[in-house]
Each structure stands twice: as structure tokens, then as C-alpha cells.
Design a protein around this ligand. Structure first.
Ligand SMILES: [Zn+2]
Ligand SMILES: [Zn+2]
Length: 584
């Protein structure tokens, strides 16, 4: 029976093949590591010259030559000492560094051993597994070059990382490559610039986006919708500051458990303050501002709160990874008896919000703690079991398919994490619903129960879109910048044919604005054809060309985004069409 090709093994083996090709082309190359990753594989090299995407075909060609030789992956087991001698001889300092670490790790083993794999002239320190030979490596492509610090540490040398992809069949490779091409076209950084939505300015700082008028409008539309739906669903709004006294963060445990994600303190009159990485402690303080009774619960407090978290400059990416972002945050404080209903309500609202933005498919994860690393988490076993159970039961009650994700819980409790799938089938982590037994205890919050006794309530954290910055990035890529009418920052552009049509065009624009329609007039002295092309590029849903006939007559001349034919409608009809399309 023919064994099915394991894709991860194939990709990792292709990484070795690439390293073999590099060695042929640059015999003095030094090798870092070369794992398979979710979207392919990479290998980090220290090369005598800087390579660029232009060099990839040359490397690919060499890989093909080697693959056709049907080279075997030959495994050998060596003692650490033997391996050290070997990699010293090969002059491979990074491999020696890995060996040094392995030595520490295997300290205590009687005769510590490692495995090496030989492929042609290339010898690697590796656990495997690999394919038997390079014969099975046929359908691959090198996709990009990037810089990567050795061990991900910016104090170390910057190596050159080459990414690639490999598949068992040509068709899968072709499908993937066209997906990649499409994803590149949809890149929110490119579209964000083309559509004039946002920018990131070096002098302002990395990871701190500036929202331009159209981007700010898009966000406002999202925020308004979010607030409206939350008010309908029994939430109240709160607002809290961006910084808080260090003592608050000591009490909350963030200064202890979350410090690496926080920025250095700010000194104000001999006291230290911290930029908030989360909104929770503030909401707790509002709760504590008076005595609460069981009649006050459940409390649902929502805030579009901007938080600041430390991210290394190397991982910052457009709006997806930033240093300051706005969470669509809310905290629910309820009794034990109310927990199940509250969980169901959050799940229902999450599904509604996500589907309103066109996301109907998602993968759901139950993020639980790693029982082997209990030190990373607060709270005892019993409380964790109860909480994990409650979340799991909620998923089952709501008939949601889910996977258990061990070790992905927050330090203060387990969570349900939802990753949405966009039109290209890519996954994005957005919604999260977390149970917390840390903060209620640390801040000693309570309510007076029916018996007149103090009781600790349950606290839920939840964000449905996650970070608004990231969510907007996903929306841009999902819709390829062509937002549905209700989200489009500009819904209509009016194009006057000649200069004598500017006045009636502005008059019409004012008429539409009064109906809350987002409209622009293109007053530049350009041809109509040019203005239409521009509006198409801006992905504006409707274009109205105003000439003599339209300025005086009853009918408007309407061109829809992406469509050639012209529609005729009265102003009244057009306005009611837009109003209908502006509601979710
Ligand atoms: Zn390997
Ligand atoms: Zn929170």
C-alpha cells in the first residue's frame, strides 16, 4: 500500500533540500534552523551576500537538480561529542549553539545522543522525520525572503530567512499560489494606502496607526453599530482612562503576570503610572464604587477601550499587529446561577455581530490550561475544572463544533476563542470569551446575596471583534476594499460633466447628506471617464454622473461599482435604495 505523503514531513524535507541547494551555491553558508510551519517551511541562513527575491529562481533550479538525483535522507545517531566535532569541522556555529543547549537539556542522561541527517553534501542536526528520498519532492516554490534574528532575539545577528511551500500535487501548489497572489492584492496595507484609510508614520512611531478621514469614518460606522447592538442586548457603556497608578496593576496581578507586555512606568509627582494593557481593573473599580446587591446583577459593562501592549518591532504588521489598539471590550459580572445564561447570550451576540460583517464560518477553540505548567496560572484545580466545564457545556448547548486548545488559557482563566474565516479561507483570531477568577478575588469584590450575605460574583471578559484595528484589516482583506454599502466610508460619488454642473451636483450632494448618505463630489477638471475610473479604483458603491439632463430632469444616471450598465432612478427611489442597503 502506498503511504500517504505527510505534508509537514514533505515541507520539512523540502527545507533540507533548500539548505542543500544553498550549500552548493554558497559553500561558506552557515545554517540556522529550518522547520515546517503551518503555511509551508523556511530555513534561516547566514550568507556571505544579501539575497533578494530575484535570487529565488536560481535556488529553486538548484533544488530541482538535486531532487532529481533522488538523494536519500540518511540518518545517523551520534553522541553529543561526536556531533560537536562534526559541526566544528563543518564550521557551523549555529548548530554548535543548538548542541550546547541540547547538552544542557539532556544533562542527566547517561550517554546523550543526537541524530543527524545527511542529504547529499548537506548535513543537518535534526530530530526528523523526513521523506526517504528527494524523489517525492516535486511541487514546491520559494515564496519570499525576510530578515530574522537568530533565535528571534534582536540582540543576535540578523539572518536571512527564505520561505517556501511544497505540496504533494501540482494542482494543490497552483491553487495555493493563486490564493497567495489574491491575498497579496488584498493586502490591507496596500489597500489602506490606495483607499486613503490609514497610515503609519515613522516619526509618530511604529505600530501606532493614524486614521485618515475615510478610515476614521469606517471605524465610526463599526463602532456605532457595535454600540447600538450592545445597548439592545442589555449592556451599558463605561469609559475609563488610558493610564492608571502602578498600585492598581499590582493589585490586579498584571504587574506580576503580564509585565512583559506592558510599557515602562510614567512618573507623575513621585508616583508611577502605567499605560493600560487591559480595561478590566477600571471596570472593577466602577463596580466597587458602591455596594452591589443580587438585584443589580448581572452587570454588563462595555467599553471601546484603547489599550497599549508591548510588541517587538519585528512583529509589527500594518493594522494586524500594533502597539496601541482599541478593544471592543465588555465585562459581565454575575452570580453562579446566572453564568450559563450569560454565556449563551454572549455566544449569540458574537455570532450575530460576526455574521453582520459577512463572516459566517469560524473555528472555535476551547482554550484550557496546560496541566503540566500550573505555575503559569492563578487559582486552584477545582475552580479551573468548574470553569473549563462551564465553557465546554456552553459550546455543547449552542451546538458549536470546537477543538480543545491545551495551554492557550489566559493566566486568570479558561476561554472560548473564535477564529473567523475570510473569503480566502484564512483564519483570524477575533472573538474571545474568558472566565476570570483572579480579579474578583484580588479586588475582593462581592455582592449581597438573597440571604443578606457577602458573595463573590463571577467575572467574564469578552471582546467580539477583538482589536478594532485588526478587525478593520481583516474586513479590508475580506472585502478586497469593496465594502458593502452600509460600511463604505463614501457611498456615492457625484461626477459633474462640466463646470456648469458643479452647482447642481453640490445641491444634490447636500440633499443626500441630509438623508445621512455619505457622498462626495468630484470637482476636479478631468474627463468623466477619468473620474469614473478613479471612483472604481476607490471602490465607491455608486457613481452619479450629472450633465444637463440629470441636472434638470427627474431621473438620475446611476452607475454601480463593477457594473457597466447604467440605471435610471428618481432621486426618491435612489435615496430609499441606499437607506435600505445601509441597514444591516
Ligand atoms: Zn530535518
Ligand atoms: Zn477584561
Amino acid at each position: 500500500m502506498k503511504r500517504k505523503l505527510n505534508v509537514q514531513t514533505l515541507r520539512h524535507s523540502t527545507a533540507h533540500l533548500m539548505a542543500g541547494a544553498i550549500l552548493e551555491l554558497w559553500p561558506e553558508a552557515k545554517f540556522g534552523i529550518g522547520p515546517a510551519i503551518e503555511s509551508g517551511f523556511y530555513y534561516d541562513f547566514d550568507l556571505p551576500q544579501t539575497i533578494s527575491e530575484k535570487d529565488l529562481p536560481l535556488i529553486e533550479k538548484k533544488m530541482k537538480e538535486l531532487a532529481e538525483k533522488n538523494l536519500k535522507f540518511e540518518k545517523k545517531t551520534l553522541s553529543i561529542k561526536q556531533a560537536e566535532n562534526l559541526f566544528k569541522k563543518l564550521n557551523q556555529p549555529y548548530k554548535l549553539e543548538i548542541l550546547e543547549e541540547l547538552k544542557k537539556l539532556k544533562n542527566g542522561e547517561k550517554s546523550p545522543q543526537v541524530t543527524i541527517y545527511k542529504l547529499g553534501n548537506f548535513i543537518d542536526l535534526c530530530k526528523g522525520p523526513h521523506l526517504r528520498s528527494t524523489k517525492q519532492i516535486k511541487f514546491f516554490k520559494l515564496t519570499k525572503v525576510a530578515g530574522a534574528y537568530w533565535k528571534g532575539d534582536e540582540k543576535n545577528k540578523m539572518l536571512q530567512r527564505i520561505y517556501g511551500i511544497a505540496f504533494p500535487t501540482q494542482k494543490e501548489l497552483n491553487d495555493y499560489l493563486s490564493l497567495l497572489e489574491e491575498a497579496e492584492k488584498r493586502d490591507h496595507r496596500r489597500l489602506g494606502k490606495e483607499l486613503d484609510l490609514f497610515s503609519i508614520d515613522e516619526e509618530v512611531g511604529a505600530g501606532l496607526p493614524l486614521w485618515h478621514p475615510k478610515g476614521a469614518m469606517l471605524r465610526q460606522i463599526i463602532e456605532d453599530f457595535w454600540i447600538k447592538e450592545h445597548l439592545k442586548n442589555g449592556y451599558e457603556l463605561v469609559k475609563t482612562p488610558h493610564i492608571g497608578n502602578i498600585n492598581l496593576w499590582k493589585t490586579s496581578g498584571h504587574w506580576g503576570f503580564y509585565r512583559e507586555n506592558m510599557y515602562s512606568p510614567i512618573k507623575i509627582e513621585n508616583e508611577e503610572y502605567l499605560l493600560k494593557p487591559m480595561n478590566c481593573p477600571f471596570h472593577i473599580k466602577i463596580y466597587k464604587s458602591k455596594i452591589r446587591s443580587w438585584r443589580d446583577l448581572p452587570i454588563r459593562w462595555a467599553e471601546l477601550g484603547t489599550v497599549y501592549r508591548y510588541e517587538k518591532s519585528g512583529v509589527l504588521h500594518g493594522l494586524v499587529r500594533v502597539r496601541g489598539f482599541t478593544q471592543d471590550d465588555a465585562h459581565i459580572i454575575c452570580t453562579k446561577e446566572q453564568l450559563n445564561e450569560e454565556l449563551d447570550r454572549v455566544i449569540k451576540l458574537t455570532r450575530f455581530i460576526l455574521s453582520s460583517f459577512g463572516f459566517k464560518e469560524y473555528n472555535i477553540y476551547l482554550s484550557i490550561r496546560d496541566p503540566k505548567k500550573k505555575k503559569k496560572y492563578v487559582g486552584d484545580d477545582k475552580i479551573w475544572d468548574t470553569a473549563e466545564n462551564a465553557l465546554e457545556k456552553a459550546l455543547i448547548r449552542n451546538k458549536l463544533k470546537y477543538q480543545r486548545d491545551v495551554g492557550e488559557a489566559k493566566f486568570y482563566g479558561p476561554a472560548i476563542d473564535i477564529k473567523i474565516k475570510d473569503v480566502l479561507g484564512r483564519e483570524w483570531q477575533c472573538s474571545t470569551l474568558q472566565l476570570d477568577f483572579n480579579l474578583p478575588e484580588r479586588f475582593e469584590i462581592y455582592f449581597i446575596n438573597k440571604k443578606g450575605k457577602r458573595e463573590t460574583p463571577i467575572m467574564l471578559h469578552r471582546a467580539l471583534m477583538g482589536s478594532l484595528e485588526r478587525f478593520v484589516a481583516v474586513l479590508i482583506e475580506h472585502y478586497n476594499g469593496a465594502f458593502p454599502v452600509w460600511l463604505a466610508p463614501v457611498q456615492v460619488v457625484i461626477i459633474p460633466v462640466g463646470s456648469n454642473h458643479i452647482k447642481p451636483a453640490n445641491k444634490l450632494a447636500q440633499e443626500l447628506k441630509e438623508q445621512n448618505i455619505r457622498v462626495e463630489v468630484d470637482q476636479l477638471r478631468e474627463t468623466v471617464g477619468n473620474k469614473i475610473r478613479k471612483a472604481e479604483k476607490q471602490k465607491i458603491p455608486y457613481m452619479l454622473v450629472i450633465g444637463d439632463k440629470e441636472a434638470k430632469g427627474r431621473y438620475l444616471n446611476i452607475r454601480e461599482r463593477g457594473k457597466k450598465q447604467i440605471k435610471k432612478m428618481t432621486r426618491k427611489q435612489f435615496i430609499s435604495l441606499l437607506k435600505e442597503q445601509s441597514t444591516v
